[in-house]
Design a protein around this ligand. Sequence first.
Ligand code: FES
Ligand SMILES: [Fe+2]
Length: 462
Amino acid sequence: MVKVTEGEIRKACSAPTDPLQFSHRSGTRSALPEMSVDDILAEIQRAADLPFVDSITLPAQAYTSQEFFDWEVENVFRKEWLCLAHVSQIPEIGDFMNVDLLGEPLLVIRDKSGDIQIHSRVCPHRGMDIMPPGFGHDGHHPAEARDGKADCGHTRLLLCPYHSWTFELDGKLKACAEMQEARGFNRDEWGLKTYRSEVWNGFIFVNLDGDAPKSVAEQYEGLGKHLERWNLADMELVMAREWDCPFNWKVLTENFMESYHHAGAHSKTLQPMMPAKDTWTEQEKAHYIKCHLPLKPAIRDEIAAMEGRGEQWDTFPPIPDVTGEDRFEWGLFLGFPMFKFLVTADCAIWYRTQPLGPDRIKLTTTMLVPKSSVKHPDFDAMLEKGIGQAVSFHLEDMEVCMAVQRGYYSSGYQRGRLSHLEMPIWMIQRYLAARSRGTWPTLDREPAASQRPDLEFIGSPA
Ligand code: FES
Ligand SMILES: [Fe+2]
């Protein structure tokens, strides 16, 4: 593909939502017939029930329908654990981040006991967002915005700017003037709403409806075992770049998880290191997908030769505990529904996803490295190189994702067939189908077998 620049991609992303610059007669942007949510779900179930060798793509409406997106919000996103931040982003008591998720203004904060909590920013008095855009910049707010950004910073108290109700970091109402005549008013009953949250391997998750049947640690137990050697909780997030993406969350998720496209979109960047044909997917699990992207033998030899000369092949110092096959591959994970991350021998990359509608997401691409790497005297140069590489292959992904979403609005869209290198796409279909049945894949179906049972060494079929 022709190399595009970051500026070109960002300009294309911020173009009017209709990627074809065309309003369809019917008032919808799609030339395809409308499908009801039930019809879309039936098609997802049908695709999910096909043996993998017969697998097909979903109807385009699964990526364009507002009604189906609303179904996903209620039946998938609000019910599941969603990842919002990493502990290194709020290391001190009083550090906070504002994150808007599915229409919920949230505040991720480290309270006075050092615990992390996730509160609603909606004031229990009259409903104001207690940290509206621009707060903290006039010097009259206890919160100091960090790096000139209103979405993260440090504070001693939480103050609603409207009538100055003041909350502790744990959300309890601390002070509210002139409420003595409100009959039966009890300050203890009027704190900020706090959502169910959990920190797992340093990542901070929220469960919006509060009823997720398992903890994050339980559902990602197999993942947790695998990731121990990376010590993710002790890493530091060293890059966060936001992207306004004009495509459905599944377009990004499928693209993130299948490595067939190394041969096309990444033919000059990732394919020479990790050829598509060598990538493979582990046995199906209830709550996550794990894929392996091995480095090709010539690269392994190059690493060995360089390390033999005392030189460093990786961008950052390799993590000493990451040995064996893990040293020579990228590990790619999807914690259902949207926890996308990958680990390499020297860093981790996490994609935070905030769906905004059927064809729009806010994406934050991040990079995490061990704290010891940050202290390296050459760290700044390493980081610049690492960001350059990560952004370069991400731009290639952005370009194809935008173009795929355009295809979904066309009468020329056909349900396609999947390569054996796209097993995660079929597994995501099986996940959505299971959620529509009120369960998870493998709890009421046989797990799909690993593509390389000879190499699969960790993880349970749970
Ligand atoms: S709305 Fe927050 S104090 Fe009134
Ligand atoms: Fe990609």
